[in-house]
Ligand binder design. Structure first.
Ligand code: CP3
Length: 350
């Protein structure tokens, strides 16, 4: 049976707009917090396929979602490359051994996803088995540029001074880092596809901090090369691809030329204008402001309706948030959003 998420990403007719959302498995759910406490840490959840599978399925038990997303993290690749990932309770992810020099980059080896990231592939196989075809499974990776920001900064950053200074001072070094990450990300996504994911999404969370020129030359060029290396047929079916650049609204035309089937939009974009600009070439995913979920139910419904109305009639839209859900949102408000998409979107697909 065709899944409406896959159909909408390929801009084929659907009876209603599919809906899922970034970080749908996570801390806003009490059942997630409980399991995470039992596991002791976020990484223990990620590296245990049974627990990762359970967490992926949790939001589907509460809400009528049209996809599961693999429970993992974009930082599994640098972790597998030997940087020593750990999560500090208050400051987020950190690396014990950030990439600081040419030698550090030279030392980064090619990883074999079925060995070093076997726990991810096992989770994919398990989730597919548990889903039993009900909804498709989305696999993902960080974009080479976004991974490079964490690897060079060694942690989350506000102004990205270290990694951008490297880009400005030593563009040759940045290129060789991005080249290595391009191969690693593509190998990783191809392994996820072979293990069973039915859609892949590339998270370019920090593409938007670059100048237009550098975005194209570094972040977007690497994302395009990842896309070119993907083996996108799985048992005769197409695996659609989504590119999400937070803050990428001004570059949608260039993003639409990279071969991805869909573009993720953050909440600052007008989805109607975006469709006019690129809607003949790609599907669009988004883009409710995650903070709108703090508002009252009536307002949430209105905001959902505005997005559906701005996109307008026809296929090619996947409803989502403009970025990940925040960790203290009331799950009842999430339900209002999901149900509003179910109730209001069929009118746009007649
Ligand atoms: O969307 C999903 O439900 C799937 C799981 C998923 C996680 N991270 C789980 C997670 C996905 C797709 C990601 C991607 C990810 N991870 C991105 C790109 C997407 C985005 O949000 O822009 C980035 C930049 C990361 C890196 C990362 N991982 C950060 C910055 C943090 C700390 C954030 C925070 O809120 O503390 C993480 C940890 C993380 N990844 C958590 C989850 C559920 C929270 C861990 C916990 O404390 O339980």
């Amino acid at each position: 049976m065709a899944h409406i998420l896959v159909e909408a990403l390929l801009r084929r007719p659907v009876p209603r707009t599919p809906v899922w959302f970034m970080r749908q498995a996570g801390r806003y759910l009490p059942e997630y917090r409980k399991l995470r406490q039992q596991a002791g840490s976020f990484m223990n959840l990620c590296t245990n396929p049974e627990l990762a599978c359970e967490v992926s399925l949790q939001p589907l038990r509460r809400f009528r979602l049209d996809a599961a997303i693999l429970f993992s993290d974009i930082l599994t690749i640098p972790h597998a490359m030997g940087l020593g990932l750990y999560f500090n309770e208050t400051e987020g992810p950190k690396f014990e051994r950030p990439v600081c020099s040419e030698q550090d980059i030279d030392r980064l080896g090619r990883i074999d996803p079925e060995t070093e990231l076997r726990y991810v592939m096992e989770a994919v196989r398990l989730i597919r088995r548990e889903l039993a075809g009900r909804v498709p499974l989305i696999g993902f990776a960080g974009s080479p540029w976004t991974l490079a920001t964490y690897m060079v900064e060694g942690r989350s950053s506000r102004d990205f001074r270290t990694v951008k200074a490297m880009l400005y001072d030593r563009p040759d070094l940045m290129r060789s880092l991005l080249d290595k990450l391009t191969v690693a990300v593509a190998d990783y996504l191809n392994a996820q596809i072979a293990a069973g994911v039915q859609v892949v999404m590339l998270f370019d969370t920090w593409g938007g901090v670059l100048t237009s020129e550098d975005y194209r030359e570094f972040a977007l060029a690497a994302a395009r090369q990842v896309r070119e290396r993907l083996n996108l047929s799985q048992g005769g079916r197409i695996v659609p691809t989504i590119l999400f650049t937070k803050g990428g609204g001004q570059w949608l035309e260039a993003m639409a030329e990279t071969g991805f089937d869909a573009l993720g939009l953050d909440w600052t974009c007008d989805i109607g204008a975006a469709r006019q600009r690129v809607g003949e070439r790609v599907a669009l995913q988004g883009n409710l402001d995650p903070v709108a979920l703090y508002a009252n139910p009536k307002t949430i419904q209105t905001k959902v309706e505005q997005i559906l109305e701005r996109f307008g009639p026809g296929s090619g839209h996947v409803f989502n948030l403009g970025h990940g859900i925040l960790s203290d949102v009331d799950p009842a408000h999430v339900e209002v959003m999901v149900e509003a998409v179910h109730a209001l979107s069929p009118a746009y697909h007649r």
